[in-house]
Each structure stands twice: as structure tokens, then as C-alpha cells.
Design a protein around this ligand. Sequence first.
Ligand code: ADP
Ligand code: F6P
Length: 460
Amino acid sequence: MSRIVVVSNRVPVPAGNSGHAGGLAVALLGLMQRRGGLWFGWSGAVTEETGPPAFSRRGAVGYATLDLTEAEHRGYYTGYSNGVLWPMLHSLPHLMSFRRQDLDTYRRVNRRFADNLAPLLEQDDRIWVHDYHLFSLPGALRSQGVRNPTGFFLHVPFPAPDAAAVAPGIRSLVQDVLASDLLGFQTASDRDNFAATATEFAGAVRTGDQQLELGGRPIRLGVFPAEIAAREFAATAAAQSALEPARLLARSLQGQSLILGVDRLDPTKGLPERLEAFRRVIARRPARSATMLQIAAPSREDVLAYRRLRQEVDSAAGSINSEFGEPDWLPLRLLARPQTRDTVAGFMRLARVCLVTPIRDGMNLVAKEFIAAQDPSDPGVLVLSRFAGAAAQLSSALLVNPHDAEGMAEALACALDMPRAERLERWLAAWEAIAGASPEGWGEDFLRALAPGDLAGLPA
Ligand code: ADP
Ligand code: F6P
């Protein structure tokens, strides 16, 4: 069985901050722990000077990580990845902030990753590159003479060519990523948008649903929706619901229905729109009938749009509480601190409704986690944006358009009042959509598509 080399910007290094929220690490960690391999990427540290990779190991996973300099972090991560690519990929071009030097730094850091990774590679390795921070890496590896099978998976959406074109530099990045043998996406529409963009920007030819050709070289395309370990998460949620954080929360509710939101504090997550829908619902209901807990973990605080969002969300939350609160009751609890994933699982099990209402999202694992966390005899209701990748699989949720505040308010009210029989029916359909899948299966599907000759399964 050949070794897997995962490359991603964010690496959950053993010594790092395990409270860090984010779908990529969650999707990959279980797979890597079970399969073993090398995980290469950013250490999470910003230092004065660049050096060689640092090595560490936990179980079967070896880690090789590079620090970023202050200028690299500013240009590659904050500037171009999160200030240009992220808003473009989520169709929020008005949030883009472009500086030419950031694009240069992005390319330079991708080359530095390739230069440091190439000497670590063994002949039979399969390389799996992740996400928009590293669009240029496959091209940079090929320039280093690396010929190993190389796959790229995009965790976030990809828009239509006209929308992609707004990001300066994107044409050359599309060319670079086309040096991969396999390109994976969360949904069929992301795949099709990318294929149309590759055709228009790079002269690729679409030779089939699942294939492009560039200069006579085939590039496979695939749809691989990211999954969670649903049964494991269900067991964690059940266990956690009996522990202190969940018990304290349950006691404080005094019988009120809990409405839950769990997100990184990110402009794509639709938090102001969600709070507006909640405001409308709470205005029409008696005090103390429902309480909302919104956990909003700070994220990418160096990016201006994220700092502004924090102010906007704080202010909206304050105004809801000052308008509808009572001396002994507040309708909204807002926590701008990450909680552990286990604690969140326990909270999810207590919730009558979970609001997962992004403006746009590649997959959104929180939606799947909420379904997994429910008590099968008395499940809660998922209110889900139709613009999250998860909506393609969880069509029994109450699907909403986050731009329609009144529509979301109606869906939230409907969820709060939904009879048990309908809750059961909707939940069961959603559970069946996720219960048989796993991050390991997701990874294995991708790796099999990358190197069809190597069908070795995962160790049990
Ligand atoms: P993204 O990758 O954009 O952050 P996902 O919903 O796909 O979004 O994945 C987020 C992961 O991080 C989930 O496993 C979720 O439980 C966790 N997470 C998100 N927000 C928080 C939070 N505020 N506190 C704790 N964990 C969080
Ligand atoms: O899932 C999308 C993603 O951008 C991942 O690539 C990333 O690890 C996660 O969100 C959290 O963001 P960041 O790594 O910038 O904190």
C-alpha cells in the first residue's frame, strides 16, 4: 500500500491548538490517524525567519511543517487566500481586497512548500493537496520534477467562470492546479463550474462528465462530499449530554426550547441574516419560550471583513437582548469563544433547532454533526441554507434562502412548533443520508480515484 502525503495549509499538529475550529482538519484527522502517512503544511506559527520543516509524529502520522514569516502570513494567508480567494470562491466579491504583492507572496509560498516537500517524497507516494491556499502547489511540484500521482480537493465552493474571473491572478492558479491528476469537489455544481472555468481560462477540453484534457493529458474530475464519523459523533453527543457543560446549559434553559448556531465567525456563515430571522421570531413569541445560543469562534482576525463582522454581530446581539430581554431573561446568548467539539456535540443533542444558514458553504459539517447528535426518539430540527453543499444530501431539513429573512423566520417558527412525528420523519431521512458514510470512506474514495491500481483498503 503506497504512502499518503497530505498537504494542507492548516495542519492539526500534535502540539498545536486543538480547539481550532475548521472543517478541513476534522475531515482529514480520522483518516490520517487510521491510515497513517505524512501530513505536510503550515505549523500555525509565524516567525521572523523561514527555516527547514520541523518534524513530529503521533501514532502512524508523521508531520512536517513550515513556519510562515510575518510577511508571508500577511500576503499568502491573510491577504490573497482569505482576502481574495475566499470571498471570490464564496461569491462575495465585495469583500475582496487585492494587493498585487499578496499574489506574488501566495505564489512564492506555494513554491516554498513544493521545494521543501519534494525531497521528502518517496517513489510510490500518492500526494493529496487540500484547498484554495495551495492552488499553485501541483504546478510547483511538477516543476520540481515530481511525477507522483497528485490529487487536489477543494473544500469550498467554486463559482461560475464570470464570478471566478473577479479574482486577479486566478487564471494562472487554475493552470497550476490543472497539473493534478485528479480534482475533487464537494458538489456536482462546483465540479461543473470549475470545468467551465478551466475550459475558458486554460484551454482545457471537457471530454466527459468526469474528465478534462489539457495538452493531450487527461485530468479526472470527481465529486466527493466530505463526511463525518456519524455513529462516533452520536455516541459522543449522548455521553456529553450527561456531563457538566451540557447539564448546566440544560438547567439554565428551564424548559425553554434551545435554538443553536455553531460557526466560525466568518462572513460566509450568514450570521447577521440569521440573527435578523431570530429577532423576528422572538418578537412574535412570548418571552421565555425559546433561547438561542450562538457559538461564533473567532477566525482570521487579521482580515478586516472579519473584524467588522465581529462588531456587526456583537451589535445585533446586543440590540436583540436590549429590545426583548427581561430583568431575569435574555433571548440570545452569544459566545465568541471556541468550545471543544465534544462539548458542542452535547449542546447539539439538547437543541430543538439548529440554524445552519450560510450565504454559501462548501459542505458545512456542522449540519451533519447536528443530525448525528440527535436523540433518535426525540430529534431536533435542522434549518439549513440551500447554499450549503450539505443541502444536496440533507434535503429533508427545512431548506431556506439566507437572503430571505422572513422566509427564515417562518422556517424557524415552523421548526420550533414541529410535531414529533414530522421531526422523526425528517431526522430519519437525514440520518440515513449520513450514517453509512465516514471520513475514512470519503478519503478512500478519493484515493482510489487518484490511483485506481492501488485498491488496498484501510486497516480495520
Ligand atoms: P468551516 O470548515 O468553514 O469552518 P464546517 O462546518 O465544515 O465549516 O466545519 C467546522 C468544524 O469545526 C466542525 O467540526 C465544527 O463542529 C467545528 N466548529 C465550528 N465552529 C465551532 C465553534 N464555534 N466551536 C467549536 N467547534 C466549532
Ligand atoms: O474548510 C474550509 C477552510 O478554509 C479550511 O481550509 C480551513 O482549515 C478551515 O476552513 C478553517 O479556516 P482557517 O484554517 O483559515 O482557520
